[in-house]
Design a protein around this ligand. Structure first.
Ligand SMILES: [Zn+2]
Ligand SMILES: [Zn+2]
Length: 411
C-alpha cells in the first residue's frame, strides 16, 4: 500500500505473495513505472509484509522503519525466500543493504519522515509485529497490518490507540470466522498427543517458524507430556531470534522454559523416531522443510509396522499447498528432484487434524477493534472476502470500502 501525503510517498508494508509463510514464493507486486518510494514502514516479518523490501531498496534506495525483532526475523525469512526462489529479482547484497538502511522503531514513540509523523503500536500478531498511526497536518490514519487483539500464550495482544481517525486500514483475514476458545483447542491438541503416544505413535506438527513454533512450545510446556518433544527446521533459529528480544513477548521466562523443553534435531534425524515423540517442524503448510521427510517416515512406519501416528496443523493452509492436499485428499506432494520431472503425489495413511492457534484477529476481535476506534472511513484489505466485510460494515452504518489492487482512495 502506498500513502501519498505532504509530498512523500510512503509504503505501508512491502510484501510478496507467498503460499506459505516459510516457503514457496509466488508473486511480486506491480509498481507502475515512474513511482518513487520515499520510505517504507514495515509492520512485521512475514513475507507478505516484508518480502518486497530488498526490491524497494534495489530500485529506490528506500529507507525502512521496523521494530528490532522484525529486522532479525525478516532477515531470516527473506534470505530463506531467496534460497527457495532464486527468481526473486534482488540479490544478497540488496537484502543486506535493506537492513543497513533500516531504522529500528520502538512501540509507542512518535517518529517522522519529513512532516509526516508516525507511531508504531504492538499488533499482538507475531513477536515485533506492529500496527501504525500516520499523522499529517490535517489527517490521521491507522493501519493494522496483521493483528490480534486477544492475548495468546506468547503475546499480550494488540494495543488499542486513542483518538479520532479519518481512516482505518484493517486486515480482513477472519472477517467471517469466529475463533473457538483457545483452551478448547489446546485441550484437543493435548488429547490427540496423549492418545497417539499411548498407541505407540508420533505426533508431527508442521509449524510456521515465526510465532507459531514458540506459541506451540508454550502450550506443550503447560501440560504434562511424557515423551520427548523435538524441534527441527527454521523454527530453531526463529526461536533464538525471538529470545534475543525478551521485551517483545508476554513472558520471556516462561518462553525460555518452554523452548528449553524442546530437543533440537541435529544431523541424527533417526533419534527422533526411536520412541514415541512429538515433532515440531517447518514448514507450516508442508511446502518444504523437514516436516515432509518426517511425514514420509511416519507413513512408512504405518505401512511396515502398523503404527498409527498423527499430523496436527495449527495454522491455516492455503488451497493447493501440501498441507491443504493432506487435509483434503490424504495425499502429499513431492517436489521434483530434477528439472523436467513432474511433481509426484503420494497417498498418506495417518490421522490428520486441524486445530488452529491463529495469530490473526477473529471476527469478534475485528468488530471490537472497529467499535473502539470508530473511524470516519474503513478500508478493508488482506482477506479472501474484503468486499463482503466492507458490505457488512456498511450495513452497520460505517463508511467502508474494499479497494481493488491499484485503486486510489482520497481521504
Ligand atoms: Zn502476518
Ligand atoms: Zn499477512
Amino acid at each position: 500500500m502506498l500513502v501519498e501525503t505532504e509530498g512523500k510517498k510512503i509504503a505501508l508494508d512491502a510484501g510478496i505473495k507467498v503460499k506459505d509463510q516459510d516457503m514457496e514464493v509466488t508473486g511480486l507486486p506491480k509498481l507502475s513505472t515512474g513511482v518513487h518510494v520515499d520510505a517504507a514502514l514495515i509492520g512485521h516479518a512475514h513475507l507478505d509484509h516484508s518480502g518486497f523490501s530488498p526490491e524497494l531498496y534495489r530500485r529506490y534506495n528506500t529507507p525502512f522503519f521496523m521494530t528490532i525483532p522484525t529486522q532479525g526475523l525478516a532477515d531470516l525469512l527473506i534470505k530463506d525466500a531467496k534460497k527457495v526462489d532464486p527468481q526473486l529479482p534482488y540479490e544478497r547484497k540488496d537484502i543486506d543493504g535493506t537492513f543497513n538502511k533500516t531504522v529500528g522503531v520502538p512501540y509507542d514513540m512518535e517518529h517522522s519522515i519529513g512532516s509526516v509523523k508516525f507511531t508504531y503500536y504492538d499488533a499482538g500478531h507475531i513477536p515485533g509485529s506492529a500496527m501504525m498511526e500516520i499523522k499529517t497536518g490535517k489527517k490521521k490514519l491507522f493501519y493494522t497490518s496483521d493483528f490480534k487483539l486477544d492475548e495468546t500464550r506468547l503475546l499480550a495482544g494488540a494495543t488499542v490507540p486513542e483518538g479520532r481517525f479519518d481512516a482505518l486500514i484493517i486486515e480482513s483475514t477472519y472477517a467471517k470466522k469466529y475463533h473457538p476458545p483457545r483452551r478448547e483447542i489446546e485441550r484437543k491438541i493435548i488429547n490427540i498427543i496423549k492418545k497417539t503416544l499411548k498407541d505407540g505413535g508420533h505426533v508431527l506438527f508442521p509449524t510456521f517458524a515465526v510465532g507459531r513454533t514458540q506459541e506451540l512450545a508454550m502450550v506443550l510446556a503447560d501440560y504434562q507430556i511424557n515423551a520427548p518433544i523435538f524441534i527441527d527446521g527454521m523454527g530453531k533459529t526463529a526461536s533464538e531470534i525471538t529470545m534475543s528480544y525478551p521485551r517483545y513477548v508476554k513472558n520471556a521466562g516462561k518462553l525460555r522454559n518452554a523452548l528449553e523443553n524442546l530437543k533440537p534435531v541435529g544431523k541424527n534425524k533417526n533419534e527422533v523416531l526411536k520412541e514415541p515423540s512429538v515433532i515440531i517442524a517447518t514448514s507450516g503448510m508442508l511446502e518444504g522443510g523437514p516436516a515432509i521427510s518426517y511425514l514420509l517416515a511416519l507413513n512408512e512406519m504405518k505401512k511396515q509396522e502398523d503404527i498409527d501416528s498423527s499430523v496436527v496443523f495449527t495454522g491455516y493452509c492455503v488451497e493447493g499447498t501440501g498441507g491443504w492436499l493432506l487435509q483434503n485428499k490424504q495425499m502429499v506432494k513431492l517436489k521434483p528432484r530434477k528439472e523436467g520431472q513432474k511433481e509426484k503425489q503420494v497417498p498418506i495413511n495417518l490421522n490428520v487434524f486441524y486445530e488452529p492457534l491463529s495469530a490473526h484477529a477473529g471476527r469478534n476481535e475485528l468488530f471490537t477493534f472497529i467499535e473502539k476506534l470508530n473511524p470516519s472511513k474503513i478500508i478493508c484489505v488482506h482477506g479472501d472476502d474484503c468486499e463482503g466485510f466492507a458490505a457488512e460494515l456498511k450495513e452497520n452504518g460505517y463508511d467502508a470500502v474494499a479497494p481493488e489492487i491499484g485503486e486510489v482512495i482520497q481521504i
